[in-house]
Write a protein that binds this ligand. Structure first.
Ligand SMILES: C[S@@+](CC[C@H](N)C(=O)[O-])C[C@H]1O[C@@H](n2cnc3c(N)ncnc32)[C@H](O)[C@@H]1O
Length: 201
């Protein structure tokens, strides 16, 4: 089972488990973002995505339940000369500020179904009008591949799950398929993912 302590252990080594560069899908969304936007990097681990968003001029809150991950994120932000607010909290139980964000980045956050629904409801609540939700997660087709992802199939995402949980948002992009991952030691090789860019009308 995934716990904050298990993630603390993974992050306790000096290396960045998913690299220091941002997720490629998120990076490709550069044309959609602008300095001054308020971003929430959900399940941000060691901060590669939150820090990159801060480098683009966004006002970023990074949230993860791993205190060690968030401490590494704060150090990475400092090394890059940007500001990052870090929150150590359970994404399923956090008090999401209503309309508090213009972008929620949900990158490889895989939660059990009830927690996933709670976090999705919180993320939705926190999206301001016109706000974007960007998501990349593994799909069931990833099972058996060695390029990353949870072992428990209940945690995996799909295009239809995105449609179910975020149905009130406008779909700008929604794709399920095969990509090549090169993200630190834990995400390497051919992988099966869903990618979504959604907008609150
Ligand atoms: C696969 S890692 C991805 C980290 C980061 N998004 C990235 O792409 O580099 C998943 C992250 O989700 C976090 N996580 C899992 N369940 C969580 C929960 N209930 N609340 C907050 N963070 C959680 C883990 O601690 C871990 O950092």
């Amino acid at each position: 089972m995934s716990t904050s302590l298990a993630w603390d252990e993974r992050y306790a080594s000096g290396d960045f488990q998913f690299g220091e560069a941002p997720n490629r899908y998120l990076e490709g969304l550069r044309p959609w973002i602008a300095p001054g936007m308020r971003a929430l990097a959900l399940g941000d681990g060691e901060g590669r995505n939150g820090v990159w968003l801060a480098q683009q001029g966004l006002v970023v809150t990074a949230l993860d339940w791993s205190a060690i991950g968030m401490a590494k994120a704060a150090r990475l932000a400092e090394a890059r000369g940007v500001t990052l607010a870090t929150v150590v909290a359970d994404a399923a139980a956090w008090d999401y500020p209503p309309g508090g964000f213009d972008l929620v980045a949900w990158i490889y956050l895989h939660l059990p179904p009830a927690d996933r629904a709670a976090a999705a409801a919180g993320a939705l609540r926190s999206l301001a009008p016109g706000g974007l939700l960007a998501l990349e997660c593994f799909t069931p087709a990833q099972q058996g591949r060695r390029s990353g992802g949870p072992k428990d199939p209940a945690l995996l995402w799909s295009r239809s799950l995105v449609e179910d949980l975020f149905g009130e948002l406008e779909v700008l992009e929604l794709l399920e398929g095969t990509v090549h991952l090169d993200e630190g030691p834990r995400h390497q090789g051919t992988a099966e993912v869903v990618r979504a860019l959604l907008r609150r009308g």
